[in-house]
Design a protein around this ligand. Structure first.
Ligand code: BES
Ligand code: ZN
Length: 626
């Protein structure tokens, strides 16, 4: 197919001249329809013909223009004759060269296809059979969705600018031309040039204390999916927290972060004991500015984390347990496409909960999971049926549409059911063998089904009757035997809540021993019955408006919006203008839209906050407020 795209180009011999000339020659977008990858609805790439196996980057971060500029050199492995197709989005391609021997490069013919929403543009490159490497010279757009460029005032230390990438699910193509499908695993190497005062870090092996020379080198020898390639640049220092763990953060944040996350090594050991060795060498954290649109991102060797989980009392460190667990479920055994996303997140939510049990005990682990179950039950009533399916059909849809709680909690519940049915020993033995069997592979839901059927379910036919994989994986809703977790401590909160809602006084509630999860349960339970008088009483008695913990704060602010409790609107505005984590801000904007004057307030606040939000968060809130 790609050959025919290139045919018109053959009539333009000048295109084969020097790369600089190619750069100046805009090519008409191809009219030909590009076939999408048959295995992955969100990639144009054709790994079944030519596959990228290694990516070597040489990039300069230009903070004045907000662009990355440089080259990506790709190693190829070929199965059939044909041209290479890469994914790109908002990239300017300056030149493409190919090499047979890996050292001498000559200009190659290439063509960018039409741009499609979510997918970007296919880049088709003429690759005769003997081509072993392709080098693409390119630059990113200042509006690249996968990049956020921050000014010094938007960082903790306020001294230097900051840049970070977010490649999951399909944003690697906004800063690297590659085969952006999680089924195409690559090793990578990078040389990154930055202004002299800054440090660059990546999801790879690196010199933790590399001198600030302006040039940093990286190498990742384990093959990973492209969505795991990540870069951060800023005023960063390193502090060790253990033999193989540590923190990169702004100098003003690093000490507090190191204290908060001092138990990370214990977490690594907990997963290793359950499911086999940690295969990546080091496990470090990069603490990002508060505009990071996620809680955490499991970039290999270097989890990216929001500063909003540094609560001062370790109450939110489960986030690290989650991202760390992805080192097995996700980074080692990877979803082959975004419709298999639940294999990443469901397994990780399950493993995260086991880590919590080891570190904090069963009571706390159950509390967390009980809260998740509650969220899931509510959500299942709200989502359209097709979005309640684990093996969701995302063809023709934005992969972001699949990012609900369903893959996380329904996925984890399926594993909990298997654990309950077969017993922990047998279940753990199976799960460990699953990680070993599929290590460094990208797998489909069908491959999971085959493996679990042969190696766990079929071990006991009687018990097997309790596991309806079709219902769990291919159908909406929650099967009746979902092992929803309950928690005595949360039940006690519910009792106090019932009394309070029935007219009791806030003074009667004993919150002295409450942990974050209990506060969350209480405040969530008040939704639907909040009014200004009651909120004022609550706040005066329990001092909630002053609490910094973002999980508590979010639930409180949701009540503030519901009751239109104006005394707390300044706090609400401040929160929305300092934090860009999508899971914290989207519910608040959504709630504001449901109140009479909320839309105006939301628009005013967003007007001030927008430029500080990440492009991913901007896109979501733009959609909400349009
Ligand atoms: N991999 C996800 C984040 C993600 C998912 C980014 C899909 C882009 C697309 C990460 O592991 C995650 O789940 N983060 C959660 C925190 C976690 C404790 C549930 C988040 O950011 O809220
Ligand atoms: Zn996750």
């Amino acid at each position: 197919m790609p050959r025919s795209i290139l045919l018109p180009l053959l009539c333009l011999p000048f295109l084969c001249l020097a790369p600089s000339l190619l750069a100046q020659t805009p090519m008409p977008p191809s009219k030909k329809l590009f076939l999408k990858n048959p295995m992955d609805a969100h990639s144009y790439s054709n790994p079944q013909i030519v596959r990228v196996t290694h990516v070597a980057l040489d990039l300069t971060a230009d903070f004045s223009k907000k662009v990355l500029v440089g080259t990506a050199t790709l190693d190829l492995a070929r199965t059939q004759p044909g041209d290479l197709v890469l994914d790109t989005r908002d990239l300017t391609i300056n030149a493409v060269e190919v090499s047979v021997d890996g050292t001498k490069f000559v200009p190659a013919k290439f063509s960018l296809g039409p741009s499609e929403p979510y997918l970007g543009q296919p880049l088709s490159i003429s690759t005769p059979d003997d081509v072993a490497k392709v080098r693409v010279s390119y630059q990113t757009s200042p509006y690249a969705v996968g990049l956020q460029w921050l000014t010094p005032p938007q960082t903790a230390g306020k001294r230097q600018p900051f840049l970070f990438t977010q490649s999951e699910p399909t944003y690697a193509r906004t800063w690297i031309p590659l085969q952006d499908s999680p089924s195409v695993r690559v090793t990578y190497a990078a040389t990154i040039h930055v202004p002299k005062a800054l440090r660059a870090v990546m999801s790879a092996q690196q010199d933790l204390k590399a001198p600030l020379t302006g040039t940093f080198r990286f190498k990742l020898e384990q093959p990973v999916a492209p969505y795991l390639i990540a870069l951060g640049v800023g005023d960063l220092v390193f502090q060790s927290t253990g033999p193989r763990t540590g923190i990169f953060a702004d100098p003003t944040v690093v000490k507090k972060a190191a204290k908060e996350f001092e138990d990370t090594e214990k977490m690594v050991q907990a997963v290793e004991k359950l499911y086999g060795p940690y295969r990546w060498g080091r496990y470090d954290l990069l603490i990002l500015p508060p505009s990071f649109p996620y809680g955490g991102m499991e970039n290999p060797l270097l989890t990216f984390a929001t500063p909003t989980v540094i609560a001062g009392d370790k109450s939110l460190v489960a986030l690290v347990a989650h991202e760390l667990s992805h080192s097995w479920s996700g980074n080692l055994v990877t979803n082959a496409s975004w419709r298999d996303f639940w294999l990443n997140e469901g397994f990780t939510t399950y493993v995260e909960n086991r880590v919590q049990e080891v570190l904090f005990g069963k009571e706390r682990a159950d509390m967390e999971f009980a809260l998740d179950c509650n969220t899931l039950k509510k959500l299942v009533d709200e989502l359209p049926p097709q979005d309640q399916i684990l093996h969701i059909n995302l063809t023709g849809r934005d992969p972001e549409d699949g990012q609900t709680e369903v893959p996380y909690y329904k996925g984890a519940l399926l594993l909990k059911l298997l654990e309950k049915t077969y017993g922990r020993d047998q279940f753990d033995t199976w799960l460990k063998s699953y990680f070993e069997k599929f290590a460094f592979q990208s797998i489909t839901t069908a491959q999971f089904r085959e493996h679990v059927t042969a190696n766990l379910i079929n071990l006991d036919a009687e018990k097997g009757k309790l596991i309806d994989l079709d219902a769990w994986i291919e159908e909406p809703g929650l099967p009746a035997n979902a092992p929803l977790v309950v928690s005595k401590r949360l039940d006690a909160v519910d009792a106090a809540l019932a009394k309070y809602v029935a007219g009791g006084s806030a003074k009667e509630i004993d919150t002295s021993q409450w942990v974050t999860q209990e506060w969350v349960r209480f405040l969530t339970g008040l939704a639907g019955s909040a009014n200004p008088t009651r909120l004022q009483e609550l706040d005066q008695t329990l001092g909630i408006d002053k609490r910094e913990n973002v999980e508590i704060r979010l639930r409180w602010l949701l009540l503030v919006v519901e009751a239109q409790y104006k005394p707390s609107y300044p706090t609400l505005a401040k929160f929305l203008q300092t934090v860009g984590r999508r899971r914290l801000i989207v519910p608040l904007y959504t709630a504001l839209l449901k109140t009479p004057d909320g839309k105006d307030f939301a628009k005013t606040v967003y007007g001030k906050a927008r430029s500080g939000y990440h492009p991913i968060a901007q896109a979501t809130i733009d959609g909400l407020l349009k």
